[in-house]
Design a protein. Structure first.
Length: 295
């Protein structure tokens, strides 16, 4: 699947990936733990640091504070090559619970097709009585329905916009919108619980009432079990990436984005109106009981 040009730097092997994830620098690393306690679930599991999906708004950029790289976010991936062995060791003592896969870097990003680390770790978790909660932007997760089918698994996808043109700008290397909805359809047929994260909703691009209504209509048609809705947040290192795209493609929105992200009064008013629009759509499509706001 990938053409690689390998090089060695000390004991660390790295290589350049072209093709499916053009221009990505990949390094093989080792981890001390892979199953970690988290506030959003009992545990989280991330087999990769960095993500080739290269989403403009990606909140996981904060990880560069702890894992510095010369490359910008979206242009590198660290593969935790001992993830399976590390998980097997941790499972000797860990109490079964719910595991969020993946909380930071997409577990089904393109390199997973080659490494299969997320798949192997999920198999181990299910064998040991854990529940796996998937959240991804990749149709590659469908590869793993054979190990997920009718087991303790929830399959979730993130959808920022229904507009494929916007998707390609903000999430350039992710699966397209219809492929993500197909993931939900096929997960349902496999007897699995499903979820959609609508967010971050893009201010003045995918957060108007019509856009939210269209999203909720799709969720209703798919009988999704839970819906999370998130607003664009000012997380560390996010604004420079967003500002660059706005300057190039949406210059008329630049000041409006900066205002709702950095001005307290403007942000408060914006979020209040956004909540009203979300609540209106949830009521319209009888989804109030399964909608969870994350902002």
């Amino acid at each position: 699947m990938f053409e690689t040009m390998r090089q060695h730097q000390g004991e660390e092997a790295s290589y350049f990936v072209s093709g499916a994830s053009s221009g990505i620098i990949v390094r093989q690393t080792e981890c001390k733990t892979i199953l970690n306690c988290t506030s959003i679930s009992d545990y989280s599991l991330n087999c990769y640091t960095g993500c080739a999906h290269s989403c403009i708004y990606c909140y996981a950029r904060f990880m560069q504070r702890f894992h510095p790289h010369a490359e910008p976010w979206g242009k590198f991936v660290d593969v935790k090559v001992n993830a399976v062995e590390t998980l097997r060791r941790q499972l000797r003592r860990a109490e079964p619970g719910e595991v969020f896969v993946s909380s930071a870097c997409d577990g089904w990003q393109p390199l997973e097709a080659e490494w299969k680390l997320t798949r192997k770790c999920c198999e181990l978790l299910l064998e040991h009585g854990f529940k796996v909660n998937v959240l991804t932007k990749s149709a590659l997760v469908l590869r793993d329905l054979d190990i997920f089918s009718e087991r303790s698994v929830r399959i979730g996808v993130t959808v920022t916009t229904l507009d494929e043109r916007l998707r390609s700008l903000w999430e350039p290397n992710s699966s397209n919108v219809e492929q993500r909805f197909s993931v939900i359809e096929q997960a349902k047929r496999a007897g699995l619980e499903t979820a959609i994260m609508f967010g971050p909703l893009l201010p003045f691009l995918s957060d108007n009432q019509s856009s939210i209504d269209s999203m909720f209509q799709r969720a209703s048609d798919l009988s999704v079990d839970i819906i999370w809705v998130d607003a664009l947040n000012r997380r560390p290192k996010v604004w420079p990436s967003v500002a660059k795209l706005l300057s190039k493609r949406f210059p008329d929105l630049f000041n409006q984005y900066r205002q709702i992200l950095f001005d307290y009064k403007s942000r408060t008013e914006y979020l209040s109106k956004l909540r009203q629009r979300v609540a209106g759509s949830a009521k319209q499509f009888s989804l109030t009981d399964c909608v969870v706001e994350c902002f």
